[in-house]
Design a protein. Sequence first.
Length: 307
Amino acid sequence: MAPKASSGEEFDKIMSYCKHALISEATSQPNLLVLIIDILLGFDRRERVSLSDKVDENVRRREVRYDRERRVRIKWSEDTESLEEVFDRRTIMTVLKMLNTGILKELHGALKSGKESKIYHGVDPKGNEVAVKIFLTTSNIFRHGRLKYIRGDPRFKDLPHDTQSLVDQWASKEFKNLELADHAGISVPKPIHVEKNVLILGFIGKNGIPAPVLREVRLQAAADWYKKIIELIKQLYDKAKLVHGDLSEYNIMIPNGYPVIIDFGQAVSTEHPEARAFLERDIENINHYFESLNVRTQSPVRVIGAR
Ligand SMILES: Nc1ncnc2c1ncn2[C@@H]1O[C@H](COP(=O)(O)OP(=O)(O)O)[C@@H](O)[C@H]1O
Ligand SMILES: [Mg+2]
């Protein structure tokens, strides 16, 4: 019977196993990469990796078995395909590095899967929960939709030519935007680390369960919530000098009696030529949602005033 790999010691063993496998074997053996993904994500929960003292022997034995099981496993989990899609080799290296350098201690399953990014639940070395947002470098639609938010932002002068660099810049842009908002005291997830296309954020929720987004909660006193959210939009503009740019009932989480704005990839500086248009659109989106709850709203012009 394989031992359960839940303790810290066991986890360390798994990590050294992964590192070893990745460096010495995986380059020429793509199957092994998929296996490592499984291990990293605790995917193979039914029978976690058995680790003998002889790592080499173990790698070989698992590999043979894995080859045999691969077809079954792909059928077994609908997730496999999306995992492989997210975890191209470069992304795995980035996540491994984070695990090995102690930025991340554990990485668990996927929380949300979008077309352009996936969010995983993780734990930092102090035991705090974190959200790991991984941007897909394979997304074709990414480049097209995103250019207008990067172009025109004075902070992003050199526009990268390849999609991979653009995605990296996008992740770093979300991180910087979150830093600005966080430093200005605005309620956003704490930006912890960014590297390449992987972003680590403070977890909004508890015990691996993310807090609901605005759309998912039945609000008591909706008019008060409307005021709170409009106030946040104004603070974001005045204190952080940012416009969110994609604000809606889906990008506001409600952990515990207060709103937290998320998803800052497309947020722009107030200097951006289209900042005002984006700001008006954000307010309109929020108005639209609260009007559906019969709340009296204010026009964007009234909210924005002389800004
Ligand atoms: N910091 C976080 N903590 C917990 N859950 C999060 C966090 N950030 C995002 N999520 C979850 O992931 C979902 C997608 O995140 P978001 O940043 O909006 O990405 P996308 O660009 O895919 O819309 C959110 O609706 C929320 O449920
Ligand atoms: Mg979103």
